[in-house]
Design a protein. Sequence first.
Length: 126
Amino acid sequence: MANTTWGREHPYTLVHYLRKTVIFSDTTVTIGTLPPGAVVLRAGLVITTVFAGTTPTFDMGVTGVGDDFVDGASLETKGVIRDVTNMAAATMAYNADAIDATITLIDAATSGSGIAWVEYLPNNDR
């Protein structure tokens, strides 16, 4: 993978995260790469400027699935947006290869920005 943004692994046993700023003109953005065996705990978007448009929503997940963390959450309210309906299935460990976490903006927005985030536990049993 060219230009891979890996989640950094702290030497202590802590919750890790990936984050990436997204703006209204983005379609699908790679937030970063989950290391092999990572367990995803939570994912969402901090909306810093409300997205305007025709009912803008977003999905978050891994490449190839796209909505296994968040599915169709609204972008029309400022604050922390987190959709837990899909997380039960998504909290599995990704055992094979490193996997990209992505956010997809749906229903074209004309303005708006936020910070996408994915919290995970690395596979660092000690």
